[in-house]
Design a protein around this ligand. Structure first.
Ligand SMILES: Nc1ncnc2c1ncn2[C@@H]1O[C@H](COP(=O)(O)OP(=O)(O)OP(=O)(O)O)[C@@H](O)[C@H]1O
Ligand SMILES: [Mg+2]
Length: 229
């Protein structure tokens, strides 16, 4: 039977950053439901809260208020250790920068979430090799992040995010460093996983090539998401 529960459900998210005496309200009552096998794209001006939203949805940042339910658990109620474990299994994340461990080569980076989750070395590395081949990097698997081009590192980050077969992929400008042809290849891979594995995809992007793949385009303004269509 097909699973009809949402892949991700966020309710009434608020995030207030306090930096000395400056308070920034980055999220002010954001709701979002993401269905399995769907692709949502979020656009919005710089500073509107897009990266903050993704950090909260990924459980990397605990919001000031609100809930995020993924895989039957509210991330905001888990302690940091449980949250990290739950994220590793259910959520793939590609952030705007610094996604890779600088001392590990590409295949060790991709295998890392699986190794941390207790998978055997051989299986984890097999999966890493497969994913690196899928993003066109079979011949870069022994390179460390510092030895990769920006676009190569970005593709390793995408492979890493997909390693554990997450139900949700959250990606902040995931193709920002890729040329048009490579962007197309990566988007095809994501779309294929969306169809085959019911992966739910949420991309933050200004790139029309990426936004066009989405079945829903949302706009974020001043800490809130509205329906863009
Ligand atoms: N760690 C932080 N401490 C204090 N303020 C922050 C922090 N992170 C973000 N902000 C502020 O929160 C607001 C939203 O930032 P965010 O990074 O979510 O925007 P964004 O929509 O991703 O922008 P961009 O398109 O430039 O990436 C901004 O005003 C930013 O200055
Ligand atoms: Mg951002």
């Amino acid at each position: 039977m097909e699973d009809t529960t949402p892949a991700l459900q966020a309710r009434d998210l608020h995030q207030i950053y306090q930096e000395r005496e400056v308070e920034t309200v980055a999220l002010r009552g954001t709701d979002l439901v993401v269905e399995p096998a769907s692709w949502t794209s979020i656009m919005g001006p710089s500073g509107s809260g897009k990266s903050t939203l993704l950090h909260v949805l990924a459980g990397l940042l605990r919001p000031s208020a609100g809930s995020v339910i993924v895989g039957g658990k509210d991330l905001t109620r888990l302690d940091p250790g449980e949250r990290a474990r739950h994220r590793r299994r259910h959520i793939g994340v590609v952030m705007q920068r610094d996604n890779l461990h600088p001392l590990l080569n590409a295949r060790a980076n991709v295998a890392l979430p699986l190794r941390l989750d207790g998978q055997r070395r051989r299986r984890a590395y097999q999966r890493a090799d497969l994913l690196l081949a899928e993003v066109g990097l079979a011949d870069r698997s022994r390179h460390r992040p510092g030895q990769l081009s920006g676009g190569e590192a970005q593709r390793v980050a995408i492979a890493t995010a997909l390693a554990a077969r997450p139900r949700v992929l959250l990606a902040d400008e995931p193709t920002g460093e890729l040329d048009e042809a490579m962007t197309e290849r990566v988007l095809d891979l994501l779309d294929d996983l969306r169809k085959r594995e019911s992966l739910a995809i949420l991309t933050v992007t200004h790139n029309p090539q990426v936004a066009q793949r989405a079945d829903r385009r949302l706009v974020m303004r001043d800490g809130k998401v509205d329906d863009g269509d």
